[in-house]
Ligand binder design. Structure first.
Ligand code: ATP
Ligand code: MG
Length: 422
């Protein structure tokens, strides 16, 4: 019996991986323009890192984490998101001392035990960004503008929804108002009844249509913000206006993680069925301190790469075909050996080169060259080697030229490379 991959875990095979490379290269380029540095963090962490940051009564921690004891019996978790790990690394490596404002990004797999469906996997990938050390509203606006720019440069469109979740000063009053409201509703789903007692804010995130119908009349957090939070939110909106980034305010967006304070946002699309969020984030001003670090504010977001790839594929954006510089059509035993050496020498010089080691007919090899997208073909047979002349064929305009093969291999490889770059 063949062993298959786990449910919700997917291979990204050639033909698909080009889209992923395009996404990653585009995002990296933009992130660097905004002054972000890459940080690579482990996939496995102590479970308590996520319990403490994401929150014990969130969906992720309650039912989605891959948690298991290791051989020593300590509880480990495969990271379900990037922020907690990056902040742990920020604290552990003293990055706050190195630079007062750190802009960090990481790209990699995340793990959540969810029901797999289109755009929802158990191993999925995120590009996630954290800006730690400032709570200036312009930074929030800049980060959202950057997220929007990533989508724009990928050729995708999404709408931006924003909200403010207030701070520990003003949230308790809102929680109380929300609890009073929920107290007056009696046919909530089981999850919401539980959330009512553990984490009332979470109810607003409920997917049940019945619950959502009730919550239409729920109090708005925006009516409960303290002056500082209200001013901050106004300034964030002004920042978005200055950058001409379109947004709508959605006072019911609460996000699924407990650490958020003030600004939260989501980038939404209509093109992925139930999986409408392509990216999301928010401010987490108390989190670094809560994890044992300095009292510095921060904000971050993550975009889901599977969802970006699905959107790109739907758009049928044809990516450039893979291309190689040269195919060596090597004929006969001597041609095969010389071609073999030349192939390596040219690759070492920086060219992408392919050849066929099976000495098939010229016709067959020309076909292979075409399939590989070769810009040039070098025809190298016993005859050519004897005369120290080979034919270089430009596959685009079909022009042919003779190239001299005199001297040592390094010499004619170089000459050939010059010809190819002309
Ligand atoms: P959703 O509401 O779709 O479950 P989420 O709020 O749980 O999303 P976040 O934790 O904010 O998602 O993660 C940010 C982004 O990561 C999402 O907008 C989405 O694009 C992507 N993402 C989250 N979970 C998955 C998953 N299981 N499979 C694929 N992508 C995911
Ligand atoms: Mg989720």
């Amino acid at each position: 019996m063949t062993v298959k991959a786990l449910k919700g875990f997917k291979d990204i095979i050639p033909g698909e991986v080009e889209t992923w490379q395009f996404i990653e290269a585009t995002a990296r380029d933009i992130l660097h323009r905004f002054g972000c540095s890459e940080i690579k963090v482990p996939i496995l962490e102590k479970t308590k890192l996520f319990q403490r940051s994401i929150g014990e009564t969130t969906d992720i921690v309650e039912k989605e984490m891959y948690t298991f004891p290791d051989r020593n019996g300590s509880s480990l978790t495969m990271r379900p998101e990037g922020t907690a790990s990056v902040l742990r690394a920020y604290i552990e490596n003293g990055l706050h001392a190195a630079k007062p404002i750190q802009k960090l990004y990481t790209i990699g797999p995340m793990f959540r035990h969810e029901r797999p469906q289109m755009g929802r996997l158990r191993q999925f990938h995120q590009i996630s960004v954290e800006v730690v050390g400032t709570d200036l509203p312009k930074v929030d606006a800049e980060l959202m503008a950057m997220a929007a720019l990533i989508l724009e440069e990928l050729g995708l469109s999404a709408s931006l929804e924003i909200n403010s979740l207030g701070c520990p000063k003003c949230r308790p009053a809102f929680n109380k108002a929300l609890l009073d409201f929920i107290g007056g509703v009696d046919d909530l789903c089981e999850d919401c009844l539980r959330r009512r007692d553990t984490n009332p804010l979470r109810v607003l995130d409920c997917k049940s249509a019945n619950c959502q119908a009730h919550y239409k009349d729920a109090p708005s957090i925006l009516d409960h913000l303290c002056t500082d939070c209200a001013d901050h939110f106004s300034a964030v909106k002004k920042g978005l206006d200055l950058l001409k980034v379109a947004y709508t305010v959605n006072s019911f967006m609460v996000r699924g993680l407990d650490y958020y304070t003030r600004t939260t946002f989501e980038l939404l699309t209509n093109d992925l069925g139930a999986q409408s969020a392509v990216g999301a984030g928010g401010r987490y001003d108390g989190l670094v301190e809560q994890l044992g670090g300095p009292a510095v504010p921060g904000i971050g977001f993550a975009v889901g790469m599977e969802r970006l790839a699905l959107l790109l594929n739907q758009q049928d954006n044809t990516l450039p075909e893979p291309e190689i510089d040269l195919f060596i059509a090597a004929l006969g035993p001597l041609g095969q050996d010389e071609g073999f050496k030349m192939c390596h020498a040219l690759r070492a010089l920086g060219l992408s080169v392919a050849m066929d080691y099976q000495d098939r007919s010229l016709k067959n090899q020309m076909k292979q060259a075409g399939k590989a997208g070769a810009r040039f073909v070098l025809i190298l047979g016993d005859e050519e080697l004897k005369n120290k002349q080979a034919v270089l064929r430009n596959m685009e305009n079909h022009e042919q030229q003779e190239v001299a093969l005199g001297g040592d291999i390094k010499h004619w490889s170089l000459e050939l490379a010059d010809n190819l770059f002309d």
